[in-house]
Write a protein that binds this ligand. Structure first.
Ligand SMILES: *[C@@H]1O[C@H](CO)[C@@H](O)[C@H](O)[C@H]1NC(C)=O
Ligand SMILES: *[C@@H]1O[C@H](CO)[C@@H](O)[C@H](O)[C@H]1NC(C)=O
Ligand SMILES: *[C@@H]1O[C@H](CO)[C@@H](O)[C@H](O)[C@H]1NC(C)=O
Ligand SMILES: *[C@@H]1O[C@H](CO)[C@@H](O)[C@H](O)[C@H]1NC(C)=O
Ligand SMILES: *[C@@H]1O[C@H](CO)[C@@H](O)[C@H](O)[C@H]1NC(C)=O
Ligand SMILES: *[C@@H]1O[C@H](CO)[C@@H](O)[C@H](O)[C@H]1NC(C)=O
Ligand SMILES: *[C@@H]1O[C@H](CO)[C@@H](O)[C@H](O)[C@H]1NC(C)=O
Length: 541
C-alpha cells in the first residue's frame, strides 16, 4: 500500500515537473536535431537535469547573464548520466562544486574552455570516466595532478592551453593509454616534467617559460611525432634528440634564444630519422656548419628565417635529399659558397630574400639540374653581380623574384634557359635597358614587374612575337620617354594587359609617369638616351 502511494507521488511529481519543463522548454532549450540541444541561461546542473530528456546526446549551454553555480550537495542527477557531449564554453563561467561533472557518467567530450576554473580535482570526474576529448583551455588552472588524470583513462585529446600551469606532477599522464594529443601552449612551465606516456603523438609546450631542456626527460614518449616548443627561452638544445624521440616528424623551436644548430642534436639510432619539418626560425643562429643536417634525409621543410646567419659552410645542406622548402629569408647572408645548393634535387622553393647578398656566382646551385625547383626568391638583397649562368641548373623555375637589388643589366644567357618562367620581378633595380632578345625568351610569362628602374624605353613590342600570355606588368617609376610610354600602353591596352598599380604615386598623378623629350619618336638607342640626360633629369624631379 505504501509502495503504491510512493509510486503515485512520484508520477505526480514528475508530471508537474514535466509541465514546468514544457513551459520553460521553449524558452530555455532548443532542439537542434540528432540529439543535440542548446540550452540558455542555465544556472545549475540541477536545473539542466530537469530539461534533459531520454534521447539527448549533446548539450551546449549558452549563458549571457549567469554562470553555472552548483551547490555542494549529495543528490545525483541521473538524467545527466547518458549525455555524450557537454559544451560549457559559452556558459559564462562555471564552478565545479563538490560533484563537478561526476553525474555525467557517459560523457565522451567535455568542453570547459573560458569557464574561469582554478583547479581540477579528482572527485569532479566520474570514476573511470569515458571522456576522450577534454578542452580546458582558457582557464586559470595552475597544477595538473596524476590523481585527476587517472580519472580519465580513455582520454585521447587533452587541451590545457591558455592556463597558468606551472607544474605537472611527474608522470601524471602515464596511465592514459589512449592519449594522443596534449596541448599546453601558453602556460607558465619552466621545466618539462611531463614524464612518461607510451602513446602520445602530439605535444605542445609552446609559449611557456622553458629555458633548459633535456631530452632524457622525454625518454618516456616513444611514439611522439610532433613536438612544439616555440616561443620559450631555450638557448641550447641537448644532443641526440632521436634517441629519446625516435618517431619525431615535426619539431618547432621557432622564436627562442637558440644561438646555434649542432650536428649532434640530430644524432640518431636510425640511419634516416623520420623528421620532416624543422622550424628553427626567429632564433639567433649565426653559422651553419659543415654537414649539420646530414642525417636528415627525410626532411622536407627547413625554416631558418629571421636568424642572424652570416656564415654558411659549402656543405651545410649536405644530405637533404628530400628537402622541398628551404626558407632563409631575413638573415645576414652576404655570400653564398659554390655548390651550396648542389644536389638538393627535391627542392621546390628557396627563399633568400632580405639578406645582404651582393653576388651570385656560377656554381652556387651546382652542376646537376634541380628539376623540382620552381620558386626562387632573391628579392631585397644587394645583388649587383649576378653571373649569367648562375641559374643554368634551374630551367624549371616558374617564379623568380629579383626585386629590390642593384642589378644594372640583364644577360640573355641567364634568361634563355628559363623558358618556363611565369613570374618575374625585377622592380627597384637600376636597369637602363631590356634587350629585345630577352623579352623574346618570356614565352610563358604572365606577370612582370619592372617598375622603379632607369628604363626610358622598351624594345618595340609590336614586333615581338612573345609575351603572348602576359596579364600584368608594373611600369611606374621609370623615366619613360612619353612617346615610348604611349606605345607601350597602347600595346598593353590592345592585349588587355593590366599595368596600373592603384597604390602607386605615379598612377595617382602625384609624380609624372613619363618625361617629355624634344625627340619626335621613341628613342631606342641607349647612347642617345644617355646623351639626352633623360634619367638624370627624371631623377631630379
Ligand atoms: C570548445 O569550445 C570553443 C569555444 O566554443 C571552441 O573554440 C573549441 O574548438 C571547442 N573545443 C573542442 C575540442 O571542440
Ligand atoms: C573506482 O572504480 C574502481 C574499479 O571499479 C574501484 O576499485 C574504485 O574503488 C573506485 N573508486 C572510487 C573513488 O569510487
Ligand atoms: C587547443 O586549443 C587552442 C585554443 O582554442 C587551439 O588554438 C589549439 O589548436 C588546440 N590544440 C589542439 C592540439 O587542437
Ligand atoms: C627548473 O629546474 C631548474 C634546474 O633543474 C631548477 O633550478 C628550478 O627551480 C626548476 N623550476 C621549477 C619552477 O621547478
Ligand atoms: C612554429 O612556431 C611558429 C611560432 O613562432 C609558428 O608561427 C609556426 O607556424 C610554427 N610552425 C609550424 C610548422 O607549426
Ligand atoms: C653533389 O653530387 C656530386 C656527384 O654525386 C658530388 O661530386 C658532389 O660532391 C656533391 N656535392 C655536394 C655539395 O653534395
Ligand atoms: C618569396 O617569393 C615566394 C614566391 O616565389 C613567395 O611565396 C614568398 O612569400 C616570397 N618571400 C617573401 C619573404 O616575400
Amino acid at each position: 500500500m505504501q509502495a503504491v502511494h510512493v509510486l503515485l507521488r512520484g508520477v505526480l511529481l514528475s508530471l508537474s515537473i514535466s509541465l514546468l519543463v514544457l513551459a520553460k522548454d521553449l524558452q530555455e532549450c532548443e532542439d537542434l536535431g540528432q540529439g543535440s540541444h542548446l540550452c540558455r541561461e542555465i544556472e545549475s546542473f540541477e536545473q539542466l537535469s530537469r530539461y534533459v530528456g531520454e534521447n539527448w546526446l549533446r548539450v551546449k549551454v549558452v549563458n549571457e547573464h549567469t554562470g553555472i553555480e552548483d551547490e555542494d550537495q549529495e543528490k545525483e542527477f541521473t538524467s545527466l548520466s547518458k549525455l555524450l557531449h557537454l559544451d560549457l564554453s559559452e556558459a559564462d563561467g562555471f564552478t565545479l562544486a563538490e560533484r563537478g561533472v561526476r553525474d555525467f557518467k557517459a560523457l565522451q567530450e567535455l568542453n570547459i574552455t573560458h569557464c574561469q576554473l582554478e583547479e581540477l580535482q579528482e572527485q569532479h570526474f566520474p570514476n573511470a570516466s569515458k571522456i576522450t576529448n577534454l578542452d580546458v583551455s582558457y582557464n586559470d588552472i595552475q597544477l595538473i595532478t596524476g590523481k585527476v588524470m587517472n580519472r580519465l583513462p580513455d582520454l585521447e585529446y587533452g587541451n590545457f592551453s591558455n592556463n597558468l600551469i606551472a607544474e605537472i606532477e611527474p608522470d601524471a599522464f602515464r596511465g592514459l593509454k589512449k592519449l594522443r594529443f596534449l596541448d599546453f601552449t601558453t602556460n607558465e612551465q619552466e621545466n618539462i616534467t611531463l614524464g612518461e606516456n607510451k602513446n602520445l603523438r602530439y605535444l605542445s609546450i609552446s609559449n611557456n617559460n622553458v629555458r633548459d631542456f633535456q631530452w632524457c626527460r622525454m625518454r618516456g614518449l616513444p611514439k611522439l611525432e610532433e613536438l612544439h616548443l616555440h616561443s620559450n627561452w631555450l638557448e641550447n638544445l641537448d644532443m641526440g634528440i632521436f634517441y629519446a624521440l625516435p618517431k619525431l616528424r615535426v619539431f618547432n623551436v621557432s622564436n627562442n634564444n637558440l644561438y646555434d644548430i649542432k650536428r649532434t642534436l640530430f644524432m640518431s639510432p636510425d640511419e634516416r630519422p623520420p623528421l620532416e619539418l624543422l622550424d628553427y626560425s626567429s632564433n639567433n643562429v649565426k653559422v651553419l656548419d659543415d654537414s649539420v643536417f646530414c642525417r636528415l634525409g627525410n626532411l622536407k621543410t627547413l625554416n631558418l628565417w629571421l636568424n642572424q646567419i652570416n656564415k654558411i659552410h659549402p656543405r651545410a645542406f649536405l644530405g637533404l635529399f628530400s628537402l622541398q622548402s628551404l626558407q632563409l629569408q631575413g638573415n645576414k647572408i652576404s655570400s653564398l659558397p659554390d655548390e651550396l645548393f648542389a644536389n638538393l634535387t627535391s627542392l621546390e622553393q628557396l627563399d633568400l630574400s632580405r639578406n645582404n647578398i651582393k653576388k651570385l656566382g656560377l656554381r652556387v646551385f651546382g652542376g646537376t639540374i634541380l628539376r623540382q625547383l620552381t620558386h626562387l626568391n632573391l628579392s631585397n638583397n644587394y645583388i649587383s653581380d649576378l653571373h649569367p649562368l648562375a641559374l643554368s641548373s634551374l630551367p624549371f623555375l616558374k617564379e623568380l623574384r629579383l626585386g629590390r637589388n642593384k642589378l644594372v643589366s640583364l644577360d640573355l644567357r641567364m634568361f634563355a634557359p628559363l623558358r618556363r618562367l611565369q613570374l618575374l620581378t625585377i622592380g627597384e633595380n637600376r636597369l637602363e635597358e631590356i634587350e629585345p632578345e630577352i623579352l623574346n625568351t618570356f614565352e610563358r610569362l604572365t606577370h612582370l614587374e619592372i617598375n622603379n628602374n632607369r628604363l626610358a624605353f622598351l624594345p618595340d613590342l609590336k614586333a615581338s612575337q612573345n609575351l603572348q600570355l602576359l596579364r600584368y606588368i608594373s611600369l611606374e617609376g621609370n623615366p619613360w620617354q612619353c612617346l615610348c610610354l604611349d606605345e607601350i600602353t597602347a600595346w598593353l591596352d590592345s592585349r588587355r594587359v593590366s599595368y596600373a598599380r592603384p597604390s602607386s604615386a605615379y598612377f595617382s598623378g602625384r609624380k609624372p609617369l613619363c618625361v617629355v623629350t624634344p625627340m619626335d619618336k621613341c628613342q631606342r638607342k641607349l647612347e642617345d638616351v644617355r646623351a639626352q640626360g633623360i634619367v638624370e633629369s627624371y631623377e631630379k624631379i
